[in-house]
Design a binder for this molecule. Structure first.
Ligand code: SAH
Ligand code: F3S
Length: 439
């Protein structure tokens, strides 16, 4: 038996890919996943390059693993994901002890690549982009929780000026609609009650149906909602571009689709949005939100923000702050702009100093935290439908689950509630979680 240790950095897509790697390797009875790096025969690093110092972080990690390999030269080290796709062979140059380099679209080749290294005693690389091939190797999950991600499309054609994703994940490509529905039906049979449709730009989904027609994102949601056992539908991440009226209509017609939407706006200044090549204005964004509110008055919106983009003046930043208040965002992931080699923005003059960027980020996050708290307070004493996910990390006497609006609630309950929807009354409000009581 050989032990595999996988380290994953980055987005949910990377987490999804790593779970695919784990199930592929475990399907071969020679391999077992371990949480203990000291015990491992094969070390896999699934990397991320979305922000600062990604490359340096990879080589630091590899340096640590090199020491393990010095003690046991039979250890195999594999590097995959976005940094591997971007750097390719360069990784061998800086870290000659690496055995395998695989890309975001070639992870299914890993079992063969490992055998190849074992037999030939020499390194191997494959960072090609064979379209959708990896999904042909998807296996039925051995164990599932109450909620599950499912990748519906990958890649991005939008080329926002700051972003590396189009270069590391390739062009937008959608999985066939029936494959997705089949996989979700399987998950539902295994007890999954909530599905999170995953992709770099989910609403750009255009999958083929069995009779070679195109199925758009709105139609896919309607079809998923018909699957017995699936009672809650989420998706990540959508883009204000292509957020068309047919999607608004799905919100109107499909109660299983949650009243919580993560729709990244990035900035509240049209000047900056233009420099970012986001191809929409704040007015366009607001119009989408207003349409959503007209069919779902209680919908909560979260967003991503970048502060300190090249050219962002204090006035531009204040426009973002005003916009955050206007939309009343519930939550955000917010970041300081990070110069990514090879992107158009990397050639722009980065004229905001780091101290100022940090100040802006702090201000923005403070405001959003207050808004998060305001949204949470509205939930006090309300009855919420909570999908119970498991035992709380902090207190084994408690269970935890999620509300429709993505709040974690802890409560005292029975183990047989795990995997089910239950009704809770919200009794305590903390910044990042709530406490509930069974009704
Ligand atoms: N497809 C999504 C974004 C995916 S990347 C969208 O359309 O918005 C996830 C988030 O990382 C982005 O929303 C952005 O806020 C952040 N991000 C991407 N590149 C970045 C960079 N160079 N510097 C700082 N943050 C960045
Ligand atoms: Fe990146 Fe813009 Fe696509 S943020 S993932 S290039 S939509």
């Amino acid at each position: 038996m050989k032990y595999i240790y996988i380290k994953t950095w980055g987005c949910q897509m990377n987490e999804y890919d790593s779970s695919m790697i784990a199930s592929l390797l475990e399907n071969n009875n020679e391999y077992l996943i371990t949480e203990n790096v000291e015990k491992a025969d094969i070390l896999i690093l699934n990397t991320c390059s979305i922000r600062e110092k990604a490359q340096e972080k990879v080589f630091h990690q590899l340096g640590r693993w090199r020491k393990l390999k010095n003690n046991n030269p039979k250890i195999i080290i594999a590097v995959g994901g976005c940094v591997a796709t971007q750097e390719g062979k360069e990784i061998f140059k800086r870290a000659s002890y690496v055995d395998i380099i695989f890309g975001t679209q070639t992870l299914h080749k890993l079992p063969n690549m490992i055998s190849e290294v074992q037999e030939n005693k020499k390194s191997t690389i494959d960072i090609s982009f064979p379209k959708l091939e990896k999904f042909n190797y998807l296996l039925k999950p051995k164990k599932t929780g109450s909620t599950s991600f499912i990748s519906i499309m990958e890649g991005c054609n939008k080329y926002c000026s700051f972003c590396v994703v189009p270069y590391t994940r390739g062009d937008e490509i959608s999985r066939p609609c029936d494959d997705i529905l089949f996989e979700i039906s399987n998950l539902a049979e295994n007890g999954v009650r909530e599905i999170n449709l995953l992709g770099q730009n989910v609403n750009a989904y255009q999958g083929r149906t069995f009779n070679n027609k195109i199925c758009y994102f709105s139609e896919l949601i309607r079809l998923v909602a018909e699957i017995e056992g699936i009672d809650r539908i989420r998706f990540t991440t959508s883009n204000p571009l292509e957020f068309t009226d047919d999607i608004i209509e799905v919100y109107r017609d499909t109660p299983k689709l949650v009243s919580f939407l993560h729709l990244p706006v990035q900035s509240g200044s049209n000047k900056i949005l233009n420099l970012m090549k986001r191809s929409y204005t704040t007015e366009d964004y607001e119009s989408i939100i207003n349409k959503l509110i007209s069919v779902r008055p209680n919908i909560q919106i979260s967003s991503d923000f970048i502060v300190g983009f090249p050219g962002e003046s204090e006035t531009d930043f204040q426009e973002t702050i005003t916009f955050i208040k206007k939309i009343n965002f519930d939550m955000s992931f917010s970041f300081i702009y990070s110069n990514r080699p090879g992107t158009p923005a990397s050639k722009m003059k980065d004229n905001v100093d780091l101290k100022e960027k940090k100040k802006r980020l702090y201000f923005l996050q403070h405001l959003i935290n207050m808004q998060t708290m305001m949204w949470s307070r509205k939930m006090f004493n309300s009855t919420q439908s909570v999908l119970v996910e498991g035992i709380s990390n902090k207190n084994i006497m408690e269970l935890y689950g999620r509300t429709e609006n993505n709040r974690i609630v802890t409560f005292t309950g029975k183990y047989n509630m795990i995997g089910k929807f239950i009704k809770l009354k919200i009794k305590k409000i903390h910044t990042h979680s709530l406490k509930g009581e069974l009704i």
